[in-house]
Design a protein around this ligand. Structure first.
Ligand SMILES: [Zn+2]
Length: 417
C-alpha cells in the first residue's frame, strides 16, 4: 500500500486498519487529528489516497466492513413506522463501538460516546441520520387477490409503474409487482392522465382473495425490491440512499470517534419516521437534550440535465459533503464545520436554504429552548426513486468531517448566535 510507515493489523468496526508509528515520516506529513481519521481509510483497499485530496481517484476508499454495513443498511427494509429490522442492524453495528446503545420508546436508536474525562453534565453533540425510507402500505385486497396500496412518504407515482416490489408480511418477504394495462390497451385518456394510487394494484401472484388473505393484511408495508449496485467511478445506485447514507455517516463517525480524544459527549442517532414529518428527530432530540445537533441527509445534486442551478445551487456528486447555511443553521456550527473541512483539506460544497429545511435539522433546531444546528448534505441524484445515485467518496468525507468536528468541540464553546 502506498501510505508509508504503516502496517495492516486488523479489520473490523472497532479496530483501526493501520498502526501509526510515532516519529515516522507520516508524523511530519499528517496532523494527528487528520491522521486518526485518515488512517482507517488508507489501506482498506490496498492503495494510497494522498492527502489532501484522498479518495478522489475514482476508487472506493471505504473501509471494507463499513462498506458491507452500508450495503446491509440499503438491503434491509425500513418504511417509516416499520424500522425494527434496520434498527437491529444498527444496534449490532454500534454495540461494540459505543459506550452505550439504547432505543427510546419511539424506536430511535441512540449510540453514545462519552468524553474520556467523565463529567456530570458534559456538553452534548447529537448526530442524526434517519433510518426510515419511503414505502407503500397495503390498504385493500380485492376478490381477485390484487392489493391496493397507499404511499408512505412522497412518491412520484409514475416512477412506481413497472417496478418489482416486496411486501414485508409476517409470513416473510413476498415478491410483488406494480403495473397497469399494457400500452396497447390504454385509452387516450388513460395514457395522458397521471394515475392515482387507487387506480393501481399490486400483484403478488395470488389466485384469489382467500390466498392473498393468508399471506398479507392491511397495514403490511412494501418497498421497492431492494438492492445495491455499484456504478462506474465510485458511484452507487440503490433505493433509499435517502437516507441510509446519512445514517451510515453518523454511524461511521461513531466508529472513527471511538479512538479519538473527546471532550464532549457524542450521540449518533438513527432516527425514525423522518419521511412522514421529522418525527424521530423531534423525540430523540428532546430525550438527549443536546447543545449541538447535526443532521446528515441527502440533498439534490444538480449535475444532471434539467435541474435548475439558479434555484437549487450548484451541487455535484463527488464534490464533497454539502454544508448548509440559512435560518435552519447555527452560524457557529457552520463555521466550525467549514473550519474542520479546511483543516483536513476536504473538498466541500455550500448550499443556502432561506427557510426551514425539510430534514431532521428542522426538528432538531426547535427542540426545547433551541439547539445549535448544522446540516450536512450528501449529494443525491433521482431522490425518492428506486435508482438514487450517490458518490461513495462523499459519504466517506462526510464521516471524516463530522469526526473532526466532534473531536474539536470543547465544553467552553459558545454556540449562541
Ligand atoms: Zn426523503
Amino acid at each position: 500500500m502506498g501510505v508509508r510507515d504503516e502496517e495492516i493489523v486488523a479489520d473490523g468496526p472497532s479496530a483501526p486498519q493501520v498502526i501509526f508509528r510515532p516519529g515516522s515520516s507520516c508524523h511530519a506529513i499528517f496532523r494527528r487529528s487528520y491522521y486518526n481519521t485518515y488512517q482507517t481509510y488508507g489501506g482498506a483497499r490496498g492503495h494510497s489516497c494522498a492527502p489532501p485530496t484522498f479518495c478522489f481517484a475514482g476508487r472506493n476508499c471505504m473501509n471494507d466492513r463499513s462498506h458491507d454495513f452500508l450495503k446491509e443498511l440499503l438491503e434491509t427494509p425500513s418504511p417509516s413506522g416499520y424500522e425494527r429490522p434496520i434498527q437491529n442492524v444498527v444496534r449490532r453495528w454500534a454495540t461494540p463501538l459505543a459506550d452505550e446503545v439504547r432505543t427510546d420508546r419511539h424506536g430511535n436508536v441512540i449510540a453514545s460516546l462519552f468524553p474520556q474525562q467523565r463529567t456530570p453534565s458534559p456538553m452534548k453533540v447529537l448526530l442524526a441520520g434517519h433510518c426510515d425510507q419511503i414505502g407503500l402500505m397495503v390498504q385493500h385486497i380485492d376478490a381477485e387477490g390484487f392489493l391496493y396500496v397507499q404511499p408512505i412518504g412522497g412518491w412520484d407515482i409514475t416512477i412506481l409503474l413497472g417496478q418489482h416490489l416486496t411486501v414485508w408480511s409476517k409470513t416473510g418477504p413476498i415478491p410483488a409487482v406494480l403495473s397497469r394495462k399494457a400500452p396497447h390497451l390504454l385509452t387516450n385518456e388513460e395514457r395522458n392522465k397521471v394515475p392515482q394510487f387507487q387506480d393501481l394494484w399490486v400483484d403478488i401472484g395470488a389466485r384469489n382473495k382467500e390466498e392473498a388473505d393468508q399471506l398479507v393484511r392491511a397495514g403490511d408495508p412494501l418497498t421497492i425490491a431492494l438492492g445495491y449496485r455499484p456504478l462506474r467511478n465510485n458511484l452507487a445506485a440503490s433505493p433509499a440512499m435517502d437516507d441510509k447514507v446519512g445514517l451510515w455517516v453518523v454511524m461511521e463517525a461513531l466508529r472513527l470517534l471511538k479512538d479519538r480524544e473527546r471532550r464532549v459527549a457524542v450521540y449518533s442517532v438513527s432516527t425514525v419516521q423522518e419521511e412522514i414529518g421529522l418525527r424521530g428527530a423531534a423525540t430523540s432530540t428532546y430525550g438527549v437534550n443536546p447543545h449541538v445537533g447535526i443532521a446528515v441527509d441527502v440533498c439534490h445534486a444538480t449535475d444532471t440535465p434539467g435541474n435548475d442551478k439558479k434555484q437549487l445551487g450548484e451541487i455535484k456528486l463527488g464534490g464533497g459533503p454539502v454544508l448548509f447555511r440559512g435560518p435552519n443553521i447555527n452560524p457557529h456550527v457552520f463555521d466550525e464545520l467549514e473550519a474542520a473541512a479546511q483543516r483536513l483539506g476536504i473538498a466541500y460544497q455550500v448550499r443556502g436554504v432561506p427557510k426551514a429545511t425539510g430534514t431532521d435539522a428542522n426538528a432538531i433546531q426547535i427542540s426545547r429552548e433551541g439547539v445549535a444546528t448544522g446540516l450536512v448534505g450528501i449529494p443525491n441524484r433521482y431522490m425518492h426513486s428506486p435508482v438514487e445515485v450517490v458518490h461513495l467518496d462523499d459519504l466517506n468525507q462526510a464521516a471524516i468531517l463530522l469526526t473532526e468536528f466532534c473531536a474539536s468541540v470543547s465544553p467552553e464553546m459558545d454556540f449562541t448566535p
